[in-house]
Ligand binder design. Structure first.
Ligand SMILES: Cc1ncc(COP(=O)(O)O)c(C=O)c1O
Length: 297
């Protein structure tokens, strides 16, 4: 692991932040998770744009222009030096006195971590995930907007905790109306016939950057993608269910929900084709780390 903090890249033991940081004290901040596959960074400009949007939504001024953040990601990745990496870029509210008042934190803090990530083992990916329906719902957008990628991830943490304690891999998180929102840190899709459905952002989810690319890839296989509300019941009527996200390595199939088999009980043929198409997309479109860092905007 390598960490960019306070102007330079450090080993993790040397990367320390004060306990007065409001990111730690109140989950006050925003972040992005970015992936590098085979030496190529996928969708970095889109991640930086979403970071800017999240920061704006919580009234946090980014401490650096996007071009500088881009350079920070490059510096950290170059120091890490691996072809496969996960980058966690965080902007916290910074240090301030105790008390939630963010106006007393004059200097936001930038942290960039480059490391490895494996949320599910290759065996689990091959056999498909077991999901449970989390008892906690996604908060409504007028409470804590799930569309903002903030450091406040307790809702996802608790959904995942429940899944693990109940012997499952992952949680299905519903919104306040009992309809499907997403998984703990991934978006959800359900295929029935030639129609692929995913809930629209209004259903209470983070509009994933992986999710945004599914429709174009699916259309190459003759599948139409629609954004439409999904009930839990719809998942049982589906041929295939899968999750998408940066952390979950693009696409991962689901085989059961609450102990009940979904589809064929293993990742379906479309899920596998889509997963393959995504890795080809990264190869085609991902920016080589070396070139990317030489041409920082
Ligand atoms: C809550 C949540 N939903 C969905 C996603 C998927 O988003 P993306 O595809 O941009 O990684 C993430 C991030 O990985 C997330 O944290």
């Amino acid at each position: 692991m390598k960490v960019w903090l306070d102007g330079k890249v450090r080993d993790p033991e040397q990367a320390r932040i004060p306990v007065s940081d409001h990111g730690l004290l109140y989950g006050d901040g925003v972040f992005e998770g970015i992936r590098v596959y085979a030496g190529r960074v996928f969708q970095l400009p889109r991640h930086l744009e979403r970071l800017r949007l999240s920061a704006r939504a919580i009234g946090l001024e980014l401490p650096h222009p996007l071009a500088r953040l881009h350079a920070i990601v490059c510096e950290t990745l170059s120091a890490f030096g691996r072809d496969d990496a996960y980058v966690r870029l965080l902007i916290t509210r910074g240090s301030g006195p105790l008390g939630v008042d963010p106006t007393r934190c004059p200097e936001p803090r930038t942290i960039c971590i480059a490391t490895e990530v494996e949320i599910y083992s290759p065996e689990k990916r091959a056999r498909g995930l077991d999901l449970i329906t989390a008892s906690l719902r996604r908060p409504a957008a007028d409470a804590l907007d799930p569309g903002v990628k903030s450091l406040n991830y307790l809702n996802s943490v608790l959904a995942k905790r429940e899944a693990r304690r109940r012997g499952a891999d992952e949680a299905l998180v519903l919104n306040a109306h009992g309809r499907v929102a997403e998984a703990s840190v991934a978006n959800l899709f359900a295929l029935r016939g030639r129609e692929l459905r995913t809930p629209p952002p209004e259903e209470g989810l983070l509009a994933g950057l992986t999710r945004a690319r599914v429709a174009e890839l699916a259309s190459a296989f003759g599948i139409d993608t629609v954004e439409a509300p999904l009930r839990r019941l719809d998942l049982f009527a589906s041929d295939e269910v899968f999750l998408t996200g940066t952390g979950v390595s693009l696409v991962v199939g689901v085989r059961s929900l609450d102990g009940q088999t979904l589809g064929s009980g293993r990742p379906g043929p479309f899920t596998e084709k889509l997963s393959g198409a995504f890795f080809e997309l990264v190869e085609r479109e991902g920016a080589p780390v070396v070139g990317l860092c030489a041409s920082v905007p």
